[in-house]
Design a protein around this ligand. Structure first.
Ligand SMILES: [Zn+2]
Length: 513
């Protein structure tokens, strides 16, 4: 049977058995009423009535607490600030590629190492766990580790996406497949050419032929010490330029630090010329293989130097081959991996001399020679060539009124994969869009008489050095306590601490293409 509840009219009336009572306050006074009936009439829960009764007895008014509770895993602003400060304290290198700016941290770091360094530096911030540190790293920074992957093949990526796309029909996919096949065949031409030339060179008994591969290694750092402070400080950059001789498989490395020279066309031209004059004296026909970095070896300056060498009859013939971007494996890369494996075994390297010893002893199969480059050996090729050569030239095939304006070919080094130079056709560059292609473009670049043409004699850095960034020198000073007290090491760093300094960093790559 359903129990019936009655609301009593008077506060003093006797309570019903089995019922709980609450007080209803109205304009006419305070009444004791049945709780269940009161809740049912007002459609409110008993819990709410209980809460209000409690607040009433305490003389308080209710507050809306919705959305105001703080989750247990919330981190304070201080923790986020500390993490941001910590991540920002690592030196960042900036790389420009396709007009985009990429920021990257040392290749020796990763987020786990960074987090362990954070724990050591901020022991009081125990609230920040690894997952939270990673979250801040991902959400507030756009950083990657090591060198960015800039040398990937855009064509391969694009065609792969087309081949996997669910929106393209079979016909379109077949076209993409054919395109990729042609592209890969062209890419293979470069390595096939290296193989072909190597065999010809090795068979040559007269010593008339020579072939070299040139490339810069990934920068090294000094000092290399197993101290955690190193992660927060900028180190001295060491450049290594390799010339690999295809005839005997030996390599020559030009090693220098950033206070000596940069990594531009002047350096590449000077090192290659020095190598040709010392190691390839009797060679008359030269083959060069290099990657297509415009800041270093695929540019107007290097082309003019090779043209001058043939025009001046130093060489009878020169061929320069470039790979398709992203398909540029050179024999130099094999030398670099041998070297890197050896360097990994050393956890302490303090001076350039030590790197030289490591390089010389790293290969047992081939001989590695090291040249410690100095500023005065770098000649100013960039200022030299505009005096003797033209920059903007139309191909000889484009001459005349019969060729439409949009079909005229101008001399843009980035558009070609192969350049040929010959002494019997002084000042002429033959450019091919692909290796072994039947299409040829002839450009007459020489802008003076042969009698006037001379190789450069002026130095790029007559002062004998380049200023180093002041902050970097300050950072190097902070590592002073970790340097051994040997004469070599002390004199190397004492010289650096007195090096001319500048506020802005000297840009290492200056494309002129
Ligand atoms: Zn490709």
């Amino acid at each position: 049977m359903r129990r019936r509840h009655r609301i009593s009219k008077e506060a003093s009336s006797k309570p019903l058995r089995g019922c709980t009572y609450v007080y209803e306050i109205s304009s006419s006074g305070k009444h004791q009423v049945c709780k269940t009936a009161f809740c049912n009439i007002h459609a409110i829960s008993e819990e709410r009535v209980r809460r209000f009764c409690k607040l009433l007895s305490e003389g308080k008014s209710p507050h809306d607490m919705r959305g105001k509770s703080i989750p247990g895993n919330t981190k304070s602003g201080l923790v986020i600030y500390a993490i941001k400060q910590h991540i920002s304290s690592f030196p960042v290198k900036i790389s420009h590629y396709s007009s985009k700016e990429y920021h990257y941290l040392s290749e020796k770091l990763d987020v786990k190492i960074m987090y362990s360094l954070f724990q050591e530096k901020y022991p009081e911030m125990s609230a920040a766990n690894y997952r939270f540190y990673l979250k801040v790293f991902r959400e507030h920074f756009s950083l990657s580790f090591g060198l960015p992957q800039v040398d990937t093949c855009a064509t391969c990526e694009e065609l792969d996406i087309k081949l996997k796309s669910p929106f393209l029909n079979q016909k379109a996919k077949k076209v993409a497949e054919a395109e990729k096949c042609v592209h890969l065949r062209r890419a293979k031409k470069f390595s096939a050419k290296i193989k072909e030339i190597s065999e010809i060179i090795k068979a040559d008994k007269a010593g008339d032929l020579g072939a070299i591969c040139i490339d810069f290694m990934q920068n090294l750092q000094l000092p290399c010490i197993p101290v955690q402070e190193v992660f927060y400080l900028r180190q001295l950059t060491i450049s290594v330029f390799c010339i690999h001789n295809l005839k005997d498989g030996n390599a020559t490395f030009f090693v220098y630090h950033e206070g000596i020279a940069t990594k531009g066309p002047n350096e590449v031209c000077s090192f290659v010329l020095e190598f040709l004059n010392t190691s390839l004296k009797g060679v008359k026909e030269l083959y060069i293989f290099s990657d297509r970095r415009s800041a270093q070896n695929k540019n107007h300056t290097f082309i003019r130097m090779l043209s001058a060498l043939t025009s001046l009859k130093r060489f009878r013939h020169i061929e320069h081959y470039f790979p398709i971007r992203g398909h540029s494996f050179l024999p130099c890369d094999r030398d670099f991996s041998v070297l890197k494996r050896k360097i990994k075994k050393y956890d302490r390297v303090y001076t350039i001399k030590e790197y030289v010893e490591i390089i010389v002893t790293s290969s047992c199969k081939r001989s590695f020679t090291v040249v410690i480059a100095d500023s005065i050996s770098i000649l100013d090729f960039k200022q030299w060539w505009p005096k003797y050569f033209k920059r903007n030239v139309l191909s000889q095939e484009s001459y005349g009124k019969s060729v439409l304006r949009d079909q005229k070919t101008s001399f843009k080094p980035s558009q070609f994969m192969n350049f040929s130079y010959a002494s019997d056709n002084a000042g002429l560059v033959v450019a091919r869009p692909f290796i072994d292609s039947l299409v040829k473009h002839h450009f007459r670049v020489l802008n003076c008489t042969l009698a006037d043409l001379v190789l450069p004699k002026n130095m790029v850095y007559p002062a004998g050095c380049i200023p180093i960034n002041q902050n970097k020198i300050d950072d190097l000073r902070k590592l002073q306590n970790y340097l051994p007290h040997t004469e070599d090491c002390q004199s190397f760093y004492n010289e650096l601490f007195l090096w001319p300094t500048c506020v802005t960093e000297v840009t290492q790559n200056q494309p002129d293409d």
